[in-house]
Ligand binder design. Sequence first.
Ligand SMILES: [Zn+2]
Ligand SMILES: [Zn+2]
Length: 366
Amino acid sequence: MKMKAAVVRATNQLTIEDVLLDPPKAHELLVRIHAAGVCHSDLHTYKGELRAAPPLVLGHEGAGIVESVGAAVTKVKPGDRILVNWLPNCEHCMACRRGQPNLCERLATTTLVALLPDGTTRLQTQDGLTLKHYLSAATMAEYAVIDEASAIPIPADVPFEVGALIGCAVATGAGAVIHTAQAEPGSSAAVIGCGGVGLSAIIGCKLAGCYPIIAVDVMESKLAFARELGATHTVNAREVDAVDALRSLTRGGPDYVFDSVGAAATVSQAVKAVRPGGAATIMGMHSLKTDLPVPAGPLIAQNKRLLGSFFGSSKPQVDLPKFVELYRAGRLPLDALITKRYGLDDLAQAFADMEAGHVARGVIVF
Ligand SMILES: [Zn+2]
Ligand SMILES: [Zn+2]
């Protein structure tokens, strides 16, 4: 079938064009996309900063309605509402059997190199160029073919745009607090970087019962979003020394610091600011290609912990439905996280707004 999609033919080349999508195979389904989140990972991929190389169709946060299913699909049927999980773990590799599906061996062989789990693609341009599916998802398109493991059903009262965010930003940010660091009620927390993942971490800190919850960023606009979503204090790292500010707000350093930026400077701040014996967690995909110099002195002499968090240590099939239920119960203020909606043709503007800090989270709606 022919459909409109966000195509990256080569690094730094973004076009919205009609492409061809093959029907789903036995374990796959065709989903009509209603909403797709605009995430930094898409932008980094378009700029050639992550492992997935073009040509590909962008997008990995999405939700929509199942149009048709392959012969072997049992989990969903046409007409079902689903969110797209970009981590379609296999359930039988060592990592999956160990209970760490966020580290599934499929990540290296197919997901992170933008193929469907069977190692192939269903996409091509009208002039015959094979396109890959970013993170086995390719949701910045009118339709997507995904593996059955990528489909998580959502009830009728969960908006598609909310479902889209749960599959990435929420799992990564809130998951880092709840699953990776396992912050306990009453613990103090700071979040460095208030984009979609950082703001989701603030939501996670509130859910975990942390106090204070301190947001750190260099843009006032983002700090305002953070306050709205649960931050009790904010620090503008352009105006004051973030490490000093975090220490003085918590009498010696937060119990937990979460870094969503992944830059050498912010990871260093996280390790320095966290209290002796506390845990600094690095989350998000931004730094996958970066080697980070880590201040080893405080790490060792002050018994600090430095944790890496991939997909918030979340188990897609278990935790994504939990986040859906928490949203339905009013415990995740995700409607407030979405501050701007765009058409697919406006994707370049959506990326520009994200880089300028004008949005908490932008969403493409179809
Ligand atoms: Zn994402
Ligand atoms: Zn696996």
